[in-house]
Ligand binder design. Structure first.
Ligand SMILES: Nc1ncnc2c1ncn2[C@@H]1O[C@H](COP(=O)(O)OP(=O)(O)OP(=O)(O)O)[C@@H](O)[C@H]1O
Ligand SMILES: [Mg+2]
Length: 367
């Protein structure tokens, strides 16, 4: 095996499909990413962005139109799917209904000619890993949805893959079970020390489970980073919008004094935002700021004070959400935690308010 610090690398990978309508579609369009050993890496993006296609190329079910896939530093173009050190768990886990759990999990081993005694031992170990010991004789229909999913996982783990590919494996489960399985999968991944490449379109799932996330849109990986960076420092409007909630305030750069950028939110006011990037005077930008980083009527903020009026108040116990409209047509959503409610009265619909934020709260986005 060629050695590499990376479990999987995609190097400028392109996958084009000829569609039945006669067009050519770039399902994956020049994607480059490096997935580290033992990493929990997620591919996150909306339906049709190329997640499954990427996974299928890593697994060897599809070949790239262009670019390279490496596993542990070894180029894979000549290696068929069954010889790659990976296993896949699909959303439709497709257990064989007429076989027992033991036969389902041991099927691949049997095909490889592994002895019955060895099979029984390894199936037992795999069932321990997914916390279903002793279930060997059940058939799939005698198991709950969550248990079936665990069997599908055990069936992949029994082959001792170096990389496990998981394509929306929890998609068929209800929310509560899904949350439980998220924690279990994360724990299992840490225990067994296998690299996981996990496909999901659920941003919360990706944020809570992953070491790193690749956010994809239209076949392109827009940003690859740790969850905090994806949330706190989104690179583009798409990422800021897809992950959590974001207010976008359009403006024009008036000037920059070292790291402080002065931005005219036309008609609404002038704000100052910290950024390490260089901007040119007159440049069109978007100030992106999360609802929880905005403050209402906060006397501590000396600048970045924007006057508006409350259009909507939604009290939800732990928080209150406000919709505020400003002169110039800008709107923002503000989320305040109700920790100081005893001292402070809630703003009401129609109230004139001041919305403020610190220089470091927003991101300045240009694409
Ligand atoms: N065999 C194929 N032939 C033609 N087009 C395809 C083929 N497979 C996928 N596509 C197209 O490629 C694009 C990416 O598909 P893919 O299955 O990778 O998306 P996805 O991100 O997994 O979406 P979802 O979240 O809905 O599963 C889609 O527009 C899809 O229609
Ligand atoms: Mg898919």
């Amino acid at each position: 095996m060629a050695s590499s610090e990376f479990a999987v690398e995609m190097q400028d990978v392109v996958k084009q499909f000829v569609t039945p309508e006669g067009g050519i579609l770039a399902a994956v369009n020049h994607v480059t990413m490096q997935i580290k050993e033992n990493e929990f890496f997620s591919l996150l993006g909306p339906s049709g962005c190329g997640k499954t296609t990427s996974l299928r190329m890593i697994a060897g079910f599809e070949l790239p139109t262009d670019g390279k896939i490496l596993i542990h530093g070894k180029e894979m173009s000549q290696v068929p799917a069954f010889q790659r050190p990976v296993n896949t768990v699909f959303q439709q886990y497709a257990l064989f209904p007429h076989m027992t759990v033991e036969q389902n999990i041991g099927f691949g081993l049997e095909m490889k000619g592994v002895s019955r005694a060895e099979r029984i031992k390894r199936v037992g170990e795999a069932l321990e890993m997914v916390r279903l010991p002793g279930m060997e004789l059940r058939r799939p229909k005698q198991l709950s949805g969550g248990q079936q999913q665990r069997i599908a996982l055990a069936r992949a783990l029994v082959n001792k893959p170096e990389v496990l590919l998981l394509d929306e494996p929890l998609g068929a489960l209800d929310l509560k079970l899904r949350k439980e399985m998220q924690l279990e999968l994360k724990t299992l991944q840490r225990e067994v020390g296998i690299t996981f490449i996990y496909v999901t379109h659920d941003q919360e799932e990706a944020l809570t489970m992953s070491d790193r996330i690749a956010v994809m849109s239209k076949g392109v990986a827009l940003q690859v980073d740790i969850p905090e960076a994806i949330y706190e420092r989104p690179a583009t409007k798409f990422v800021a919008d897809f992950i959590g909630e974001t207010n976008f305030l359009d403006g024009v750069v008036k000037g920059q004094n070292s790291s402080t950028v002065e931005i005219d939110l036309v008609g609404t006011g002038t704000v100052y935002v910290e950024s390490s990037r260089k901007f040119t005077t007159g440049q069109q930008v978007t100030v992106a700021v999360r609802p929880e980083k905005l403050r209402l009527n906060n006397p501590d903020d000396k600048d970045n004070n924007l006057k508006g009026h409350v259009e909507e108040v939604i009290y939800i116990g732990t928080d209150t959400h406000y919709g505020v409209r400003f002169a110039g047509g800008h709107k923002a959503r503000i989320r305040e935690q109700n920790v100081t409610l005893a001292q402070k009265t809630l703003a009401k619909t129609g109230d004139e308010v001041t919305m403020s934020f610190t220089h470091t709260s927003p991101r300045i986005l240009t694409e």
